[in-house]
Design a protein around this ligand. Structure first.
Ligand code: HEM
Length: 498
C-alpha cells in the first residue's frame, strides 16, 4: 500500500506542532510556564517520558507541553487514539527522537519519511523476511542464542549469583537479530564488556534523546563534545556494517536471511533493488530496532513473573504441559504458550518499550470531533497512558493481570486500545519476530529456573528512546529435572495453531 505524501517537515523534523492546531489554546498544558523555556520546571532530563506520564494523569487525554519554544501535543485517550489510527486521515509522522536518528539511519524503514520511495521499496522487499515460513527458519537460530543465555544463567545458578536481567536480555536479543538477520555473531556472552558496536549504538540512541532536552539552536554549543562522540559512533557503526556486507558479498550469500534479501531480492513488480547506501541504513535499522525493544519487553515480563509467584506458577505449568519433556520446543509449540504470551502482552501494556509514536494529519481534519488540525499537524500517542486509560482497561488499569488478554476480554474491548507495535502501514514489521522470540525465551527460562527476586527491588524505569527496567537482578535457581537439548532436530507438532 502506497502512502500519500503528507506535507514535508523541516530537515530535522522539528516543526513545532502548534503551527497546525488552530484551536491550540483549548488544549490544556502544565501550570507555571516559563517564558521561552516553556514547561520545563521540575523536568528530569533523564526521564522525560515518565515526567510526561505524570502530566498526562493531571491534564487528561489530549494535552500539550512546550519545551524550549517548541509545542508538542500528546494524545492518549482511547477514543482519540482510535481516530488517529484512521489511515485514510492520518499517517506516521517522523519527528522528535525518530528524526534525530536520521543521521545514522537515514531513509531506512523506521526513519524514512512517508514520501521517500525507499520506504515502499524496502518494505516490499523485506516483508517476506517476516513471513511464517521465514520465522520457522529463524527458530533454530533463536534457540541457539537462547542456549548461550541459559549456559550463562546456569553458571550463575551454580554459583548462587544474581544475574543482570536487562543486560543479559540485551545480549540475547542482539545476538538473535544479528544471527537471524545477518549471519553475524557479536560474541556478547563471551565478552566481559558490551561489544563496541553496542556501545556505539547506545551512544547514538542516548544522543538522539539528549537533543530533545536542549534548546535546538544551542544544541551545537551545549552538546559539542557529545556531538563529536556521536559522529565517531556513527562512523564506527557504518564501518562495522560495511565490513559485514563486504564479507557477505565475498562469500556469495545463500543464507536466506534479511541481508541476502537486501542484497539480492528485486522488487516483485518494478525489479528495483536496494542501493548500497540504503542496505547499510537498513542493517543498522534492524540491528537497533530489532533488539532494544524486545530486550526491554523480556526484562519487564521477567520482573512481573518474579514478583508474582501465582502468575509464574500458571505460566510454568503451561510450559510443562505444552512442551512436555521435548528437549527443545519446535517452532509450532511456541505459539501454543497462550498464557505466557498473555504475560508478555500484559507487560507490554504497562511498559510498551517503544513508548510513543507520532501521527500527522493527511488533510485538514478534526481529531475525535473536538480538535481541528491542519494538514501536516501532528500529535504523539502516549502508549503507556493509552494502555492505562480506565475507559478501556477499567479502574484497576495499573494492576498487572495477564487475564486481560483472554480472548473474551480482548473481544469486549474497543479496537486500537493496545498499540505497543504502532499502527497502520508503518506499524512494526518485526512484531511476529519479537513475539516469537520473547515467548520462546520466557518459556525456556520458566521451564529451567525458579526466578527469585531481590525483595527490596522496586521497579525503576530507565529511558533512552526505549524503556528498560533499571538495576533489575534476579537469582535463577535450576529446577529439576530439566532435559538437556539433544542434537537432532525437534519433531514438529502436527496441526499446531499459530
Ligand atoms: C517488543 C518488541 C518491539 C516493539 C515494542 C516494537 C515497536 C515498534 C513500534 C511502536 C513501531 C512504530 C514506530 C512509529 O510509528 O514511529 C515499530 C516500527 C518498526 N519496528 Fe519494531 N518493535 C519491536 C520489535 C522489532 C523487531 C524485533 C524488529 C526487527 C526484527 C523491529 C523492526 C521495526 C522496523 C523496521 C520498524 C519500522 C517499520 C516501518 O516504518 O515500515 N521491531 N516498532
Amino acid at each position: 500500500m502506497t502512502q500519500a505524501p503528507t506535507r514535508a517537515v523541516g530537515p530535522k523534523g522539528f516543526r513545532s506542532a502548534e503551527l497546525g492546531w488552530p484551536e491550540l489554546d483549548r488544549i490544556p498544558h502544565p501550570p507555571r510556564r516559563v517564558p521561552f523555556l516553556g514547561d520545563v520546571l521540575g523536568v528530569n532530563r533523564h526521564t522525560p517520558l515518565q515526567d510526561t506520564l505524570r502530566y498526562a494523569r493531571r491534564l487528561g487525554p489530549v494535552f500539550r507541553r512546550k519545551a524550549f519554544g517548541k509545542e508538542f501535543v500528546f494524545v492518549w485517550g482511547a477514543r482519540h487514539t482510535a481516530d488517529l489510527a484512521d489511515e485514510s486521515r492520518f499517517a506516521k509522522h517522523v519527528g522528535l527522537g525518530i528524526a534525530n536518528l536520521r543521521p545514522v539511519a537515514g531513509d531506512g524503514l523506521f526513519t524514512a519519511y512517508n514520501h521517500e520511495p525507499n520506504w515502499q521499496l524496502a518494505h516490499d522487499v523485506l516483508a517476506p523476511g517476516f513471513s511464517r515460513e521465514a520465522m520457522a527458519g529463524y527458530h533454530p537460530m533463536m534457540l541457539a542464542a537462547a542456549r548461550r543465555l541459559t549456559e550463562h544463567w546456569d553458571r550463575a545458578a551454580e554459583a548462587g549469583r544474581a544475574v543482570d536481567v536487562s543486560g543479559d536480555m540485551t545480549k540475547l536479543t542482539l545476538e538473535t537479530i544479528a544471527r537471524t538477520g545477518f549471519g553475524h555473531d557479536f560474541g556478547s556472552f563471551e565478552r566481559p564488556r558490551p561489544h563496541p558496536f553496542v556501545t556505539a549504538m547506545i551512544g547514538t540512541l542516548t544522543y538522539a534523546q539528549r537533543l530533545n532536552t536542549v534548546p535546538f539552536p544551542l544544541a551545537p554549543l551545549l552538546l559539542r563534545s557529545a556531538s563529536r562522540r556521536n559522529a565517531a559512533d556513527i562512523a564506527f557503526l557504518n564501518r562495522t556494517v560495511d565490513e559485514l556486507v563486504r564479507a557477505r558479498r565475498a562469500d556469495g550469500g545463500g543464507q536466506g536471511d534479511l541481508l541476502d534479501r537486501m542484497l539480492e531480492t528485486a522488487h516483485p513488480e518494478t525489479g528495483e533493488r536496494l542501493a548500497a547506501q540504503n542496505v547499510r541504513r537498513q542493517v543498522i535499522t534492524f540491528l537497533v530496532a530489532g533488539h532494544e525493544t524486545t530486550s526491554g519487553a523480556l526484562s519487564f515480563a521477567l520482573h512481573y513473573l518474579a514478583r508474582d509467584p501465582g502468575v509464574a506458577a500458571r505460566a510454568r505449568a503451561e510450559v510443562d504441559r505444552v512442551w512436555g519433556d521435548t528437549a527443545e520446543p519446535a517452532y509450532e509449540q511456541v505459539a501454543r504458550l497462550r498464557y505466557v504470551r498473555r504475560v508478555l502482552d500484559e507487560s507490554l501494556r504497562l511498559w510498551p518499550t517503544a513508548p510513543a509514536f507520532a501521527r500527522e494529519a493527511r488533510q485538514d481534519t478534526v481529531l475525535a470531533g473536538e480538535h481541528p488540525m491542519r494538514r501536516g499537524a501532528w500529535a504523539l500517542v502516549l502508549t503507556p497512558m493509552l494502555h492505562r486509560d480506565p475507559e478501556a482497561w477499567g479502574a484497576d488499569a495499573e494492576r498487572f493481570d495477564p487475564d486481560r488478554f483472554e480472548a473474551p476480554a480482548v473481544r469486549s474491548r474497543a479496537p486500537h486500545t493496545f498499540k505497543p507495535f504502532g499502527t497502520g502501514a508503518r506499524a512494526c514489521i518485526g512484531r511476529q519476530f519479537a513475539l516469537h522470540e520473547a515467548t520462546l525465551v520466557l518459556g525456556l527460562l520458566l521451564r529451567r529456573y525458579e526466578l527469585r527476586p531481590d525483595p527490596a527491588y522496586r521497579l525503576r524505569v530507565t529511558e533512552r528512546l526505549t524503556l528498560m527496567p533499571e538495576g533489575l537482578r534476579l537469582h535463577p535457581e535450576r529446577r529439576t529435572p530439566v532435559r538437556e537439548p539433544v542434537s537432532e532436530p525437534p519433531c514438529p507438532v502436527p496441526g499446531a495453531g499459530d
